[in-house]
Design a protein around this ligand. Structure first.
Ligand SMILES: [Zn+2]
Length: 218
């Protein structure tokens, strides 16, 4: 992915040292979308917009490759991109080209599909059938009511956490892996600043932008 002048400005706001375009490797991360997942949950449009706002500046760390913290990839901007009815939060990330980041860059560059797990914090889950937020309405996600399948709408994003590379699941298409009420939730609850929170882990994939240069920067 080519780094535009504007991108480089954003990158240098985050970088400790002034980087030139040729010293930067940039790529795209699909963070999440607005589709109903296999747990019958989906993000609201507001949630996606908020996440795009919050992802800017967040690091992407790797548990495979030993890298110093300041060498981790970092999202320098994020935006919601629509393709038909599907809206996706796309993060644009960079990593400095160094000897120590060569392997990391190569693994993305070769087009290997990598998974990253992402954590976010939301305080509203809304029933698609009746709009209830208490969880006590009795409508069951996945069940059909008046011809429409019930799901929960995730809204009220209060925070997103760093993204991290994880091992690619043994089963392809294993889908979204989420855990509510995990360690992160407890951690944020302890701070007491955003009410009833749920930490959510979502498997997302990295796209190799080399193939999509045409769509970028136009
Ligand atoms: Zn309901």
């Amino acid at each position: 992915m080519d780094v535009t002048k504007k991108d480089l400005e954003l990158i240098n706001q985050l970088s400790l040292t002034e980087l030139k375009a040729e010293e930067v490797y940039a790529f795209r991360v699909v963070c999440c979308d607005n589709l109903v997942d296999r747990d019958y949950e989906k993000f609201s449009d507001d949630a996606l917009d908020k996440m795009a706002e919050l992802y800017a500046g967040k690091p992407i760390i790797s548990d495979h490759l030993p890298m110093a913290k300041n060498q981790a990839a970092r999202i320098f901007r994020a935006q919601v991109e629509a393709e038909g009815d599907v809206r996706r939060v796309i993060g644009y990330a960079y990593i400095p080209r160094l000897d120590s980041t060569k392997d990391f860059i190569e693994s993305i560059d070769t087009g290997l599909k990598k998974e990253v797990s992402v954590g976010c914090c939301c305080n509203r889950r809304i029933c698609s059938v009746c709009g209830d937020e208490s969880g006590g309405c009795g409508h069951r996600p996945g069940k059909v009511y008046d011809g429409k399948k019930c799901y929960r709408i995730l809204d009220g994003i209060t925070d997103v956490y760093e993204l991290s590379f994880v091992a690619v699941p043994a089963q392809p298409g294993a889908g979204v892996v989420k855990s509510f009420g995990g360690d992160n939730a407890d951690e944020v609850r302890a701070q007491g600043d955003c009410g009833e929170l749920e930490a959510q882990l979502i498997n997302v994939e990295i796209e190799n932008l080399e193939r999509e240069i045409d769509n970028y920067g136009n």
